[in-house]
Design a protein around this ligand. Structure first.
Ligand code: ADP
Ligand code: MG
Length: 648
C-alpha cells in the first residue's frame, strides 16, 4: 500500500505558521506592515493580555474587495508581486503572501474591510484556517482585523509564550520599528483599555522624541548624504549621549527596520576615541537604496538584510557620520555652565595683593642613596624583631589604630629617607620590605590563611598590613604566601550580599529626594520597569509612574554616589531584568542586586586607604563565600610560597 499523501491545507498552514508567527509581536509586525502597504495614514492598535487574548489593528488604508478579502487568507496569495523579477523592484513591506494565511491557521480572526468607493464592506470570520462566516457589513473605509486567542489550537506554542510583560515589551518594540520607519503615519496603542502610545504624524526627529526621552531630540546630530549608491538621512548622538546599556540603535533601509552588524561597526568606528570603552551611541539611520541592490528575502522573521557593495557603503556611512560629528565639534558649544567654575572675586585695588604660593622641598633628598636606606632598614628589622619579643603586637594594639607600619615609619623618620610627607612612596617601599621581616612566622602569631576554612572573624587584624597593588588589588602576606584580592570584585560581593538580603527580606531604606529627578524610559521598557518596582523599592528606589514613560525618582538608595546618572542606572536595571525575565523571580532579584552592586562597587584604579582596605577585607571574609563573586568571577588569588620561591 502507498503511504505518502498530501497534507490538508489546514495542517500545512499550521506548520508553515510556525515560521512566521511565533508570538504576539510577530502578528503585530505583519498586520502593521500590511496597513502601511495599504497606504494607511492612521493606524490604531488594541491589545488584551499583551496580545495573547486580542490583537486588533484598524487602518484607514485602501481596503479590499470581498473577493480579495477572501483570497488574502490563502497561502501565497498577494497583490504585491506577480513574478520573481518583481522582488528587485520591491517597494512594499510584504511580498510573500504568507502572513494572513499563517495567522489564521493559529488564531480566531474577524476581519472587516471596505474600499473607500464601495458602499458596503465585508466581514470574514475565520478560525484555524476555516471560514466560519462571510457577510456584507457597514464599516469604515479601510481594514479592521481582530486576532483572538493566538495559538488556541496549538497549546504547546501557547504555553511557550513568555510573561505578559515580556510579550508586551516585544509587541511595543515591533510597533516602534514600524513607527520610526513611517513618521508620516499616526499610531495609537492601547493595552487592556489603557492608552500607552499616541503618535501624531511628523518628521523623523519628532517621531523619535515622541517615542523616547523628550530630551533625546536635543542630543541628536543630523546626518545626511545623497550619493549614487545610497542616500542617508537620520541622526547620530553627541558623544556625551552615549550609554552603557540600552542605547537606541536603529537602521532602516527603504523604510524597513533592519539589523546590520557590519554597518553597526561602521558607526562604532566613528565614535572610537570619542566615547568611553563599553558605551554605545544612540543612532537612527535611514538608508535609501535601489531595491535591486538589496536582498530582503532572507527569512520572514529575520531582520538582517544583504546589500551589494557593502564595503563601498561602509565608507560612505563612516564618512557621513564623521562629517556630522566633526561639524558638531567645530561649533564650540556656547554653554556657560558655571556650576563647577572656581569663584573669582572682582579685582579690588584697595585690598592687599594675594600672597604667592610657596613650594616646600627637601633639598637633601637623594633618590639614589638606596643602599644606605636598605642597610638602615635591615638594622631596623633587627631592632624591631627584638622589640617584638618584648611587646608582642597584640590584636588590641592593631585595633587601637597603631599599626606596625606606622611604628616602623615613625622610626624611619629620622633616617635620611625621603621626608615623611612623601609617605606614598615611603609606605609602599616600606611595605615591600615589610613582608620580609624575618622570624615573623613563629607559631604564636601566624597570619591566618583566609582561604582556609577558619572561623571568619579570626583572620581580622592578623594580616599585618594590606597593600594596594596596581590600584586594583589588595595584597596581604599570609602563612601560605601572597594573597591578592581584586578590590572591585570583593566590593561587588559585599554589596551584593546586602542588596540581595534587602530584596529577600523585603526591606530597604531610601533617602527621600526633595526635588525628584524625572527619568524617561522607552515605551517597551515601561512594562518591565513597572514589573520590577517592588524589587527596586527594596533596593531603595522610590519610583512613581507619571505615565508616558516618565518616572519620578522620589527616593534612592542612601549609599548611592551623588554623581550617578540615574537614568543610565535604571536603564541598566531594566536591561538586567529583561535578561532575567521568564525565569523565576529570584533570578531577577539576583540580577538586580548584582547590577546595583556592580555600579556601586569601588572601581579598579581607586586608591584605598589602609582603613578602607581593612574594612573591605573584613566584610568580605564575613561572608560564607569569598572566593568567587555571585556571577562567578574570581575575587581572591593565593600565590603560594612555593610559587614565589620557584621564581627565584
Ligand atoms: P503579503 O503582505 O506578503 O502580500 P499577507 O498575507 O500579509 O501577504 O496579505 C495578503 C494580501 O492581503 C496582501 O497582498 C494585500 O493585498 C491584502 N491585505 C492584507 N492586509 C491588508 C490591509 N490592511 N489593507 C488592505 N489590503 C490588505
Ligand atoms: Mg503582509
Amino acid at each position: 500500500m502507498d503511504i505518502i499523501h498530501l497534507l490538508p491545507d489546514s495542517v500545512a498552514n499550521q506548520i508553515a505558521a510556525g515560521e512566521v508567527v511565533q508570538r504576539p509581536a510577530s502578528v503585530i509586525k505583519e498586520l502593521l506592515e500590511n496597513s502601511i502597504d495599504a497606504g494607511a495614514t492612521q493606524i490604531q492598535v488594541f491589545l488584551r493580555e499583551s496580545g495573547k487574548e486580542l490583537i486588533q489593528v484598524i487602518d484607514n488604508g485602501k481596503g479590499m474587495s470581498p473577493t480579495d478579502a477572501r483570497m488574502a487568507f490563502e497561502r501565497h496569495a498577494t497583490s504585491k508581486i506577480t513574478q520573481a523579477a518583481d522582488l528587485f523592484t520591491l517597494h512594499t513591506m510584504g511580498f510573500r503572501g504568507e502572513a494572513l494565511a499563517s495567522i489564521v491557521a493559529v488564531a480566531e480572526v474577524d476581519m472587516r474591510t471596505r474600499r473607500p468607493d464601495d458602499e458596503a464592506g465585508v466581514l470574514l470570520r475565520m478560525a484555524g484556517s476555516r471560514l466560519l462566516a462571510q457577510e456584507s457589513v457597514m464599516c469604515a473605509a479601510g481594514t479592521n482585523i481582530e486576532v483572538r486567542n493566538l495559538f488556541y489550537n496549538v497549546p504547546a506554542r501557547r504555553n511557550f509564550l513568555k510573561s505578559n510583560q515580556t510579550e508586551l515589551s516585544n509587541v511595543i518594540t515591533e510597533l516602534q520599528h514600524v513607527a520610526l520607519a513611517n513618521p508620516q503615519v499616526g499610531f495609537t496603542l492601547s493595552h487592556n483599555d489603557v492608552q500607552l502610545l499616541q503618535l501624531t504624524p511628523g518628521s523623523y526627529k519628532q517621531r523619535i522624541s515622541q517615542l523616547f526621552n523628550k530630551n533625546l531630540g536635543q542630543q541628536l546630530i543630523p546626518v545626511g548624504v545623497d550619493n549614487d549608491l545610497m542616500q542617508i538621512e537620520g541622526f547620530v548622538c553627541q558623544p556625551e549621549g552615549a550609554r552603557k546599556k540600552g542605547a537606541l540603535q536603529y537602521f532602516f533601509v527603504n523604510d524597513r527596520y533592519m539589523r546590520h552588524p557590519y554597518f553597526h561597526k561602521a558607526v562604532m568606528e566613528c565614535y572610537q576615541e570619542l566615547i568611553p570603552d563599553g558605551s554605545q551611541p544612540n543612532y537612527f539611520i535611514y538608508l535609501r537604496v535601489d531595491p535591486a541592490s538589496i536582498d530582503v528575502n532572507v527569512h520572514p522573521t529575520k531582520t538582517e538584510i544583504k546589500f551589494q557593495n557593502e564595503t563601498a557603503r561602509w565608507h560612505i556611512l563612516t564618512a557621513t557620520i564623521r562629517e556630522a560629528l566633526g561639524k558638531f565639534n567645530a561649533v564650540p558649544s556656547i554653554d556657560f555652565d558655571q556650576a563647577d567654575a572656581p569663584e573669582i572675586e572682582p579685582y579690588d585695588p584697595t585690598k592687599a595683593p594675594p600672597s604667592e604660593p610657596k613650594v616646600n622641598y627637601n633639598g637633601d633628598y637623594n633618590p639614589f642613596r638606596k643602599t644606605s636606606l636598605m642597610s638602615n632598614w635591615k638594622s631596623l628589622y633587627a631592632d624591631f624583631s627584638s622589640e617584638r619579643q618584648a611587646e608582642m603586637p597584640s590584636q588590641e594594639s592593631f585595633a587601637s589604630g597603631e599599626t606596625l607600619s606606622s611604628r616602623l615609619s615613625s622610626r624611619l623618620d629620622d633616617t635620611d629617607a625621603p621626608s615623611a610627607n612623601e609617605s606614598g612612596t615611603l609606605t609602599s617601599r616600606l611595605s615591600t620590605v615589610f613582608d620580609d621581616v624575618p622570624n615573623y612566622q613563629d607559631e604564636a602569631n601566624v597570619p591566618v590563611d583566609p582561604m582556609a576554612a577558619m572561623p571568619n572573624v579570626e583572620h581580622r587584624n592578623t594580616f599585618r598590613k594590606y597593600l594596594q597593588v596596581g590600584g586594583a588589588y589588595i595584597a596581604a602576606s599570609t602563612k601560605k604566601g601572597l594573597l591578592l584580592i581584586d578590590q572591585h570584585q570583593a566590593h561587588v560581593t559585599v554589596l551584593f550580599d546586602r542588596y540581595f538580603q534587602q530584596i529577600q527580606q523585603r526591606q530597604g531604606v531610601s533617602q527621600q529626594e526633595l526635588f525628584p529627578e524625572i527619568v524617561e524610559v522607552a515605551p517597551a521598557d515601561e512594562p518591565i520597569l513597572e514589573n520590577i518596582l517592588p524589587q527596586l523599592r527594596y533596593l531603595g528606589f522610590e519610583l512613581d509612574n507619571l505615565g508616558g514613560g516618565s518616572f519620578a525618582v522620589n527616593g534612592k538608595p542612601a549609599s548611592l554616589d551623588k554623581g550617578i546618572n540615574l537614568q543610565d542606572l535604571l536603564l541598566e536595571m531594566i536591561e538586567s531584568a529583561r535578561d532575567g525575565m521568564g525565569n523565576i523571580g529570584k533570578d531577577i532579584d539576583r540580577k538586580l542586586a548584582l547590577r546595583l552592586s556592580r555600579t556601586q562597587a569601588i572601581p579598579a584604579g581607586k586608591i584605598l586607604s589602609e582603613e578602607e582596605m581593612t574594612q573591605l577585607v573584613d566584610a568580605l571574609y564575613d561572608l560564607p563565600e569569598h572566593t568567587y563573586t555571585p556571577d562567578g568571577r574570581l575575587i581572591a588569588y593565593q600565590l603560594t610560597n612555593e610559587e614565589i620561591a620557584a621564581r627565584f
